[in-house]
Design a protein around this ligand. Structure first.
Ligand SMILES: [Zn+2]
Length: 408
């Protein structure tokens, strides 16, 4: 069966096939490393991990790149406030980010290019956009993208400019299409977060990082680009304008966006007291595997309403799964059920759910039903050694995709 994915660009489910046979070029927007990532960020990263694992299980080689944003205005502000060099701040949170990924059993990408290591590449793309007439230098010396030069601006988000965009717009108009920053001028001379380049002293804007890094490490046209729904506009819309303005080729063929995570029915915010980093959840004694399962129990295009009861329920399901795996080890005899038909039916249902736009929620349900059948068989007539072996290999297959059984 073929995998279908909902493509934000075309607003429908489409059969996914990579451009190059057997190989998927996969770009996912990475973290800004000025703080610990929160449980909403990790929802997106876990879904992206499962999509990658599912593609790999179908035999594709996935070339995965995720950027690390280690310079932006907020990051600079934090470093200045703490009176520490930028690198000291960002390396601390970058390390924490990788620890959190490991804790959630998220497979590493092939590359994690840092923005600070790629300034000449990013500046090169800005230079290219200036040369092709897509960008202009403003009176403050900074460089902006001129969206009037991009006739299909808005094709991803539907947020098309109604009239000609004359100038920069004030911050409160953030949701309206506007010319956006590519290169922010700075003073140079050792100023933090300021690089010399052929464009003069400056630092890149946010959107151009991803466009330039995807281009450098994966090429002009990639297969899948993914991020949270909050990135559709303006971030991804602007990435498209930049990448396509630069190369003249389509940027990403599929755009996969993960819905929001809310907490107790409300948007997560520090002031509302419902803001959690992954670390805070683990510190309260919860198993990160339960967190990973909780993410997968809701389809990625539905809003996930986090609460501790649901996390505990996921935790007890993880307990059941691990206990069953342990009990299977002890089965030696030839008598009892072989579960062969049940496992074949399960594999079909699991595959159908995953192929239908990555319905991990339904795939989990069908898996849990199989585990309950096995449990019942073990309680009543028993499970044969053959059946136990068959079930164990099915569980290993599921775990290569769901990644729920490894320890943190
Ligand atoms: Zn991005």
């Amino acid at each position: 069966m073929a995998l279908k994915l909902y493509n934000t660009l075309t607003r429908r489910k489409e059969v996914f096939r990579p451009l190059k046979k057997g190989e998927v070029l996969y770009y996912t927007c990475g973290p800004t490393v000025h703080d610990y990532a929160h449980i909403g960020n990790f929802r997106t990263f876990v879904v992206q991990d499962v999509l990658k694992r599912w593609l790999q299980s179908k035999g594709y080689r996935v070339r995965h790149v995720m950027n690390i944003t280690d310079v932006d205005e907020k990051t600079l502000e934090r470093a200045a406030r703490k009176k520490i060099p930028l690198e000291e701040l960002t390396s601390r949170y970058e390390k924490a980010f990788f620890e959190d990924l490991d804790c959630l059993n998220i497979k590493r990408a092939d590359r994690y290019p840092r923005v600070s290591d790629n300034i000449p590449v990013i500046a090169g793309m800005v230079e290219g956009l200036l040369g092709r007439g897509h960008a202009f230098r403003d009176s403050d010396g900074s460089i902006y993208y001129d969206i009037n030069t991009c006739p299909d601006y808005g094709k991803l988000s539907g947020n098309r400019p109604k009239r000609r965009i004359r100038a920069k717009m004030p911050r409160e108009d953030y949701q309206r299409p506007k010319n956006f920053l590519l290169w922010k001028r700075c003073e140079g001379g050792g100023e933090m977060g300021c690089w010399d380049s052929r464009l003069g002293s400056g630092r890149p804007g946010w959107h151009i990082e991803c466009a330039a890094l995807a281009n450098r490490y994966l090429g002009e046209t990639i297969d899948i680009h993914s991020g949270g729904v909050d990135l559709i506009f303006p971030h991804h819309e602007n990435e498209i304008a930049e990448a396509e303005g630069f190369s003249g080729k389509p940027f990403s063929r599929f755009w996969v966006h993960v819905e929001h995570l809310i907490v107790y029915g409300r948007k997560m915010s520090k002031s509302a007291g419902n803001f959690f980093t992954l670390r805070q959840i683990i510190r309260r004694g919860y198993d990160p595997r339960a967190m990973r399962l909780l993410y997968l129990k809701t389809h990625y295009r539905e809003r996930l309403d986090f609460d501790f009861e649901r996390l505990e329920e996921a935790g007890s399901e993880i307990g059941f799964l691990l206990e069953l795996a342990r009990r299977l080890e002890g089965i030696k005899g030839p008598a009892g059920s072989g579960l062969s038909e049940e496992i074949e039916a399960f594999k079909r249902d699991f595959t159908a759910a995953m192929d239908d736009d990555l319905h991990t929620d339904l795939a989990w349900k069908t898996y849990l039903a199989l585990l309950h059948k096995a449990d019942e068989a073990m309680e009543s007539g028993g499970l044969s050694k053959e059946g136990a072996g068959r079930l164990r290999s099915a569980m290993e297959w599921v775990d290569s995709i769901f990644g729920l059984m490894g320890e943190c």
